[in-house]
Design a protein around this ligand. Sequence first.
Ligand SMILES: CC(C)(COP(=O)(O)OP(=O)(O)OC[C@H]1O[C@@H](n2cnc3c(N)ncnc32)[C@H](O)[C@@H]1OP(=O)(O)O)[C@@H](O)C(=O)NCCC(=O)NCCS
Length: 210
Amino acid sequence: MELNKAKDNVKIRRSTKKDGAAVYQLIKRAGTLDLNSAYCYLLLCDMFKDTCAVAEADNRLLGFVSAFRRPDQPNTLFVWQIAVDPETRGLGLGKRLLKEVTARGGEEIRYVEATVSPSNQASNRLFRTFADAMGTKLDVAADGYPSTLFPPGMTHEDEPLLRVGPFRYKGKQEHAGTTGQTKETKPLKEGFGEQRTGNEKRRQTVHAGI
Ligand SMILES: CC(C)(COP(=O)(O)OP(=O)(O)OC[C@H]1O[C@@H](n2cnc3c(N)ncnc32)[C@H](O)[C@@H]1OP(=O)(O)O)[C@@H](O)C(=O)NCCC(=O)NCCS
């Protein structure tokens, strides 16, 4: 597949249960992510379709994001996993996937969170550039999931919690319909963001690993 051609053709849409198997394979070849069960991806793609999205071109799955609204903080969208096919990375698909699931929440979503290992430069950069696109800041919380919380004998990096926000969606929602029809997401800068002062912009904090 020619990358430039793929970039032009890629559609972002809601996931369906038919995507589950391909998502499992995508996460497997992504390399750096914890691979969950095939059943887990089926369930996410089906029952969490309103907060999950896939990127596809020519019937090939090129990207996936799974997210959910935190039950304890409904104004916060927690991004669980995001992956782009190694052949189509660096083309903006990761950012488009994040925009898609955030836009669907409309004004109710004020924050996006994710835990990202310090060594994952691509992912840290993705959330940083996403915060910029939203016209807001990125903070790294003191907590998150440190390596000590994982089972004994399992080597796992710390998972610091990144928090992007606050932001407010101001425009009309533009996203894929529930039927799985494909529709491109409107660029965020047209619909998101808050006016911030120079001082607020300078307060933006990012993880040292970015
Ligand atoms: C993280 C990932 C989803 C990013 O997807 P992507 O489509 O390549 O990202 P984008 O093209 O939208 O790029 C977003 C930003 O990250 C930057 N970026 C992308 N890959 C990068 C890399 N390897 N190193 C540094 N920065 C990188 C881009 O330059 C862009 O920043 P900019 O807008 O300031 O130029 C992808 O690298 C991936 O699938 N990695 C493996 C799975 C993974 O680690 N997921 C995250 C777990 S939390």
